[in-house]
Design a protein around this ligand. Structure first.
Ligand code: NAI
Ligand code: MG
Length: 350
């Protein structure tokens, strides 16, 4: 076998396990067709490990991942472990240690899918989310526990370098997507970090003569994404705003279960990580009805990143064709189980 990739798979918790299983099977199938191999290193880093060992991943977990070509994650989180433990014990350290500073979250209206409102057939949005700083910071604390005066402080961290590199990536994307870049902001209410964000985004985008930035306040942007989602193609947003907007856009396009996410280290000094946008969905975990489309789309983004563009396109047309045929899971008003959907995709691949 000529080309071969080592991928660390972290199925995680809840439906993360189901959709990762589907993604691995489908990637193996396209790999067979296009003549490359994928060596999966499946990791049991999840809430069960936390309950047994008090950690979401081994002490040297990051070191173990660093020798691979990429990371594929299902989702982590479970009702009896605090969400900040599951997220900060695994996902966020991976994003930061591997400097995966771009979180790329594309969304289109997929064939056969009825969106949340009519007239959005052209929906095609890419959210470029800053992924390692901003509102998600460990700086701050909780004081006066249990007293009347108890309070919490959480600092946001925005750096010129961090904003500029996100804006540069988004402007590059916008160049190929009509030239308009919407920058999500809140510089009327958040008076230190957000005016700084606006300033650095504007300065950075000046390097791109073909790109015009439109800064839009996050609250108005939320309404516009619901009412006129096809008026927007490319968005650059901070860590928190980008997180929220990508779920919103997925909801508009029919389901959060179809949304993919690539955590990229664009310089390729470290492995990048691919995952569906959704979480572990405890409300449907174990029922076998999770929509694997977000996971498959994320797997296609991974193949593309690895340089297997043809395999990525083939996997994408397989899940699109399955949807176009009317096979869909209940979140998209269909009746297929995860396994039935997976079987339909696999049969298109063979
Ligand atoms: P969620 O995305 O897990 O679920 C939100 C809603 O969407 C639920 O009703 C769920 O059933 C539905 N849904 C999500 N994915 C679906 C799919 N593939 N098919 C069909 N329906 C789907 O978000 P929630 O409920 O806020 O979080 C649940 C847990 O997941 C929490 O512990 C949270 O911390 C964690 N989480 C983990 C993430 C990650 O590992 N990247 C991301 C988001 C949440
Ligand atoms: Mg999210």
């Amino acid at each position: 076998m000529s080309r071969s990739y080592v991928i660390d798979a972290i199925p995680g918790d809840g439906i993360g396990v189901d959709v990762t299983d589907v993604a691995m099977q489908c990637v193996d199938a396209v790999a067979g067709i296009y003549g490359f191999g994928v060596q999966w290193r499946v990791r049991d880093w999840n809430s069960d490990l936390y309950r047994k060992a008090g950690r979401m991943m081994p002490v040297d977990g990051i070191d173990q991942l660093s020798s691979g070509d990429g990371i594929y994650l299902g989702a982590v989180g479970t009702p009896d472990v605090p969400d900040d433990v599951t997220l900060w014990g695994l996902l966020i350290p991976i994003r930061r240690e591997f400097d995966q500073y771009i979180n790329l979250r594309p969304m289109r209206l997929l064939p056969g899918v009825v969106g949340a409102m009519p007239g959005i057939g052209d929906l095609d949005i890419v959210v470029v989310r800053e992924n390692v700083e901003g509102e998600y910071s460990q700086i701050g604390g909780r004081f006066g526990a249990g007293t009347d005066g108890e309070f919490a402080v959480q600092e946001s961290v925005f750096t010129r370098r961090g904003i500029a590199r996100a804006a540069r990536y988004a402007a590059t994307a916008a160049t190929e997507r009509g030239g308009r870049l919407v920058s999500a902001t809140k510089s009327n209410g958040i008076i230190h970090t957000m005016p700084f964000w606006d300033e650095v985004v504007a300065e950075t985008v000046k390097e791109f003569p073909g790109v015009v930035v439109e800064k839009v306040l996050i609250d108005a942007l939320a309404a516009r994404l619901v009412m006129k989602p096809t008026s927007i193609r490319t968005i650059v947003a901070s860590n928190l705003f980008g997180d929220i907007l990508s779920d919103l856009v997925a909801g508009v396009a029919g389901s959060i279960g179809i949304a993919p996410s690539a955590n990229l280290n664009p310089e390729r000094r470290h492995p990048s990580m691919f995952e569906p946008v959704h979480g572990s969905a405890p409300d449907i975990a174990g029922k076998g009805i999770a929509n694997p489309v977000g996971a498959l789309w994320a797997a296609a983004m991974m193949l593309d990143h690895l340089g297997e563009a043809e395999a990525a396109r083939s996997l994408t047309s397989a899940f699109e064709g399955t949807l176009a045929d009317g096979t869909a899971t209940p979140d998209l008003k269909g009746t297929a189980t995860t396994a039935e959907f997976a079987a339909a995709v696999l049969s298109r691949l063979s």
